[in-house]
Design a protein around this ligand. Sequence first.
Ligand SMILES: [Zn+2]
Length: 384
Amino acid sequence: MRNGIEGIDELLRDRLLIMANDRSANDVLSHVPLRTGGLVLTGADAPARCREIRNAQPGMVVAVDYGSHTREIASVDAPFGLATSHGWRALGLADLNEILDGQRDNKVSFAVTPTCFIPPDETGDASVFKAVIGQTNQLDREDTIVLLPCSYRWLRGVSLHHLVKGIRACRHPVALIMQADEDPLKRSHVPEGLRQLCRSCPRLVLWRTDLAAFDAMAHGALGAAVGASAVLRFGVAPRPDNGGGGRKPYTVVLVRRLLRYLRVATLQDWFAHVDPWTCGCAVCDGAPLTRFIDSDIDVCAALQHTVRELYALHYELDATLPGHERIDWWRQKLVDSWEHHRLLASQTDTELEFPKVLQAWRRQSPLPLPSAEQPRGQDQSGPS
Ligand SMILES: [Zn+2]
């Protein structure tokens, strides 16, 4: 067996990773705290960049996501694969082991399986998902997290039960990606399903996500990886053109007190006639959030601001005890966000909607799903 990592669960516990393209890695690196943070790198140069960062800063947690899920759909026979310079390569168990070893050779802090996209379960028997878990359970290693890039439909109904059962049976921690055409948490029952999953599966990391990282960690997720850009904040279904450069994205900032990402142009509209909100993070140093324009320097500074603000929020989460205290802290953040939306509406004289996802998070938390050993009907205790 390849030498394991000292307690991969402990390494991941309460850790907030930033998921960034290899080209943005250096922009965010100095804003990521060693003790509670880390990076997940995507893109063709991710392995090389990972090695560079780990050579320079051995204490920084860095992993690599090859993005196989954006290229191919998983099947029972070939749930893992890799885009190479010679084309697509499906991976059997021995190949998979070799790829994970290769990640370790590039000094990753932990290895990540190159799982292909797991589509909605049309057959009802969860066969593709079971193949992913079944094969990784044959891996004799303690240094690997199993990537589960799933359609949002897995967070509902009988699929959710399959998901919980499979994750509980997995020998490794898992990293869940939720895929949809837009924010998967806008789909009905998905926020509740995710909470149930987090409360039912203690070895789950939410991957390629946004502020859902905090809702998930409040509800028992081991850790999370938040995307630095919009395309890295939820899963995308495989398309032939994935991986190509899209149009230039507009500048977006996290407005921490609102618990939302917003386009700077939207903030500029809202604050056209009143003093704009300022930010006290180390990047902004009291400057207004409306100052960013679409230049490369400003896009970079906006990202650095967002990373700082994510870790400021995470610092608060990390100071709470898991369970009731952490859920209460998150609930209060959502109450504060609602108040700040009201305040903003009155200050700027604009009609503001409280976002659907934040509304969903303000609802009561569902109970965890019963474990297999638990007799039906037995009362489940826990925070409500
Ligand atoms: Zn700032």
